[in-house]
Design a protein around this ligand. Structure first.
Ligand code: FAD
Length: 460
């Protein structure tokens, strides 16, 4: 006998819990299903634990630089990895418990713990339980891709999930992957004291970004002693005694790097393979992402997909924004759409990269008349005062409408300062509004109006 609900939410990532709460508040009976850890990736193996560890790594880095500021710490700086992990576990654990307690205490909401599987378009099984609902919301997230590299079955490896259990210092961490997740781990472990080598098949790091950003990030990491091997076209893995060898076929440098531990950070895949989507007739793309329209409806009436599993975001803020879009359409008669949002994200190395809108490459490709301005962080007083002058700012503006098209701030507080530009973009105000704004001194943000005053035509 199936238990009937008004709505079923599968997964407790960044969209599911908030949506369940809104639906329950609106008087619907809601079943929430979670197969593992409440709060999903961000809370348990993603943003929160990694940024907590990035903070520990920053403390170690600053302690090593203490003398630059006239401060003596006495003796060498060492990192107690057990305490780093304990701090991370506490902060992440509080968040996980918060989500679980919240959901279990919600009136009208029943929580099931187990893996959900579609039996039909309106029926889901969780172990022995059968649940039915007219509305089903899929928020199952994703996991690390394990690439089919030669030798992968013969060597131990870590992913972003198993990295969460590391409470020791790997003598030499080899990171396969030169994108956001790999670089954050690379810098933090270097700062904890590991030797670190980054290996990527790409010809540059974070290849979704502009070339000047990739080059600046390369320099920042290299300056800290991280070895970076680009163009590793054919990566092979093998045991080398107690160590792990990664064969590279790179242009330049030795053909193999041997490390004590291997982290795979080569991309994510959606958790849709064991969801029984075929039983419900829900369409997916070739990579397994669930196909959705601009309001996150799947091809099956009454089924929505939110967060990483729909392939439209890949970030916590995009997943939460998905919740807002679905809730607005269903409960507030507000036809919000995915296409309303401006792409924005950050890379949490130190200094961080904040990004909004189009890249320079995308603007060039669009063929429109545009203006561009850049400014090194060495010209930002606040950065000089804090001794953190690496990186630069860049902004692109439409030459005709004067609207800001995109921006990148690689530098101190770049993850925060980018929002002042992002908000002007949402306001659809011309850049001149921001150029004339009086910002507070001394801040990184005060240089954004100055930057806008330097705009020059983007030479094709
Ligand atoms: C190392 C790392 C660092 C990151 N850092 C950032 C960052 O700084 N900023 C940022 O914006 N994003 C970051 N991200 C990305 C961010 O974590 C994800 O985009 C975000 O968590 C997506 O959430 P979601 O709602 O799609 O689902 P998830 O958070 O992945 O949650 C999905 C949930 O569904 C459950 N589930 C799956 N299948 C089933 C099933 N069949 N039945 C029941 N339950 C199921 C899972 O157990 C999980 O709890 C990071 C990711 C990683 C890996």
């Amino acid at each position: 006998m199936a238990t009937s609900f008004d709505a079923i939410v599968i997964g407790t990532g960044q969209a599911g819990p908030s949506l369940a709460a809104r639906l329950a508040q609106a008087g619907m009976t809601v079943a929430v299903i979670e197969r593992k850890l409440f709060g999903g990736t961000c809370v348990n193996t993603g943003c929160i634990p990694t940024k907590t560890m990035v903070a520990s790594a920053y403390a170690a880095h600053l302690a090593r630089r203490a003398a630059d500021f006239g401060v003596s710490v006495g003796g060498g700086v060492t990192v107690d990895m057990k305490r780093v992990k304990a701090r991370k576990d506490e902060i992440s654990g509080q968040s996980r418990t918060g989500v679980e307690t919240w959901l279990k205490g919600l009136p009208n909401c029943t929580v099931y713990q187990g893996g959900a599987r579609f039996e039909s378009a309106h029926e889901v099984s969780v172990g022995p339980d059968r649940l039915t609902a007219e509305r089903i919301f899929i928020n199952v997230g994703g996991r690390a891709v394990i690439p089919a590299m030669p030798g992968i079955g013969e060597v131990p490896y870590l992913t972003n999930s198993s990295m969460m259990d590391v409470d020791f210092l790997p003598p030499h961490l080899v990171v396969v992957g030169g994108s956001y997740i790999g670089l954050e781990f690379a810098q933090m472990f270097r700062r904890f004291g590991s030797e670190v080598t980054v290996v990527t098949s790409g010809s540059r790091l974070i290849s979704r970004e502009d070339e000047d950003i990739s080059a600046a990030v390369y320099s920042i990491l290299e300056r800290e002693g991280i070895r970076i091997r680009l163009n590793a076209r054919c990566i092979t893995l093998a045991r080398r005694g107690d160590s792990i060898g990664a064969g590279l076929e790179c242009t330049g440098g030795p053909p193999e790097v041997v490390g004590s531990h291997l982290l795979l950070a080569v991309g994510r895949r959606p958790n849709t393979d064991d969801l029984g989507l075929e039983n419900a007739g829900v369409a997916q793309d070739k990579q397994g992402y669930i196909a959705v329209d601009d309001q996150l409806r799947t091809n099956v009436a009454g089924i929505w997909a939110l967060g990483d599993c729909n392939g439209k975001g890949g970030f916590t803020h995009t997943s939460y924004n998905d919740f807002e879009i679905v809730a607005a359409n269903l409960l507030d008669s507000d036809p919000r759409r995915v296409s309303d949002r401006i792409p924005a994200h950050a890379l949490y190395i130190d200094p961080p990269l904040g990004r909004a809108g189009l890249t320079e490459a995308e603007v060039r490709k669009s063929g429109r008349t545009a203006l561009i301005a850049t400014r090194p962080m060495t010209c930002v007083g606040r950065a000089v005062e804090k001794g953190e002058t690496q990186g630069f700012m860049k902004v692109l503006v439409d030459g005709e409408t004067k609207l800001i098209l995109g921006a990148a701030i690689l530098g101190m507080s770049g993850d925060e300062v980018i929002h002042s530009i992002l908000d002007v973009m949402y306001a659809k105000a011309p850049y001149t509004v921001m150029q004339r704004a009086m910002h507070i001194h001394p801040t990184v943000s005060e240089l954004v109006p100055t930057l806008l005053g330097d705009l020059k035509p983007l030479v094709p």
